[in-house]
Design a protein around this ligand. Structure first.
Ligand SMILES: O=C(O)CCC(=O)C(=O)O
Ligand SMILES: [Fe+2]
Length: 314
């Protein structure tokens, strides 16, 4: 494992109202996104549509959520793998997390809120909904530009029709003296994309291709880390490698709260023919994304070094 470095991941400003399809800025931003994902598996997006006020409201209500009794939080269950409550792990004592499936719909956000607070919590529900709406727009923007930069804009419609978003809330408390500082062990996400946003406490580290760990330091409160997941690697025929990351908490700091907007396809992901050629034939069969999540959680999925290749590699 390499040492921690001061270098940074690419920063791309996606706040620009002028960013219209077909303009010069649009074309150059498409290239920047593709380059960042191919070289780093991630980038920092500046996205000021999430205002300071919404940022504050989201993190205040996140704190209220984690302050609920554990048995209430454990009611967050799902038949989908990775969509339920995580926490109370002896090897990860700092970490806890909850998820809202389909967070851009009032029905889902409201039913999650009512499950957590039987007498309701309008502020939580409203901020979750407004936040999700904006971050899903950011994700769709990134996907549009990425698909376009590969000349496969035709795939965008069918992908977005089947996309299933999951909003996860994370808490990492500061470690006690002599306690592990590991917030989350090194991993890649099983998603197409993951968009992470945090409060003022750092901890997310990203591994570069040179095996250096970079600590993510947001440039602003409107900073988001956009990461490629394993499914995007397969979709891109290995042009994009997934972002390897971990969370490490330093001693004597406050609690870190973060939010992740995770994208999954509820259908079959087809690898665009255009992303293969004679030298690089397609390396993956069309695959069922949720089938992959189930495989990854099974005993068989834990053995291979790369579970997506084991699941649908050719
Ligand atoms: O909290 C973070 O910054 C990252 C969370 C994460 O990597 C995950 O849940 O997959
Ligand atoms: Fe992750």
């Amino acid at each position: 494992m390499g040492s921690q470095s001061l270098s940074r991941i690419p920063v791309i400003d996606l706040s620009n109202e002028e960013l219209k399809q077909g303009t010069k800025t649009w074309v150059s931003t498409c290239k920047e996104i593709r380059h960042a994902l191919e070289e780093f598996g991630c980038f920092e997006a500046i996205y000021s549509k999430v205002s300071m006020e919404l940022h504050n409201q989201v993190f205040e209500t996140t704190e209220e959520l984690f302050d609920l009794p554990t048995e209430i939080k454990m009611k967050n269950k799902s038949s989908k793998p990775y969509f339920d409550y995580f926490g109370q792990y002896s090897y990860l004592p700092l970490y806890e997390s909850l998820g809202i499936d389909n967070p851009t719909t009032l029905d889902s956000t409201q039913s999650f809120t009512n499950l957590m607070w039987s007498s309701g919590n309008d502020r939580f529900c409203e901020s979750a909904l407004s936040y999700s709406d904006l971050v899903v727009k950011l994700d769709k923007w990134v996907i549009t530009m990425l698909f376009e930069s590969y000349g496969v804009g035709r795939c965008y419609e069918s992908y977005t029709e089947s996309v299933n978003y999951l909003l996860r809330y994370f808490k990492y408390r500061a470690p006690d003296m002599n306690e592990t500082t590991m917030g989350l062990t090194p991993h890649t996400d099983k998603t197409m994309t993951s968009i992470i946003h945090q409060n003022h406490i750092n901890g997310l580290q990203i591994k570069t291709r040179d095996s250096e760990w970079i600590e993510f330091e947001p440039s602003a409160s409107s900073s988001f880390v956009v990461m490629a997941g394993d499914a995007l690697m397969a979709w891109s025929n290995d042009r994009i490698l997934p972002c390897y990351h971990q969370v490490i908490m330093s001693h004597s700091t406050e609690t870190r709260y973060s939010l992740g907007m995770f994208s999954f396809s509820s259908g079959i992901i087809e690898i665009p023919q255009e992303l293969g050629d004679d030298k690089n034939p397609l390396k993956y069969k069309p695959f069922d994304h949720f089938g992959f999540l189930h495989f990854n959680k099974s005993q068989a999925g834990k053995k291979p070094p790369c579970s997506i290749k084991a699941y649908c590699g050719i």
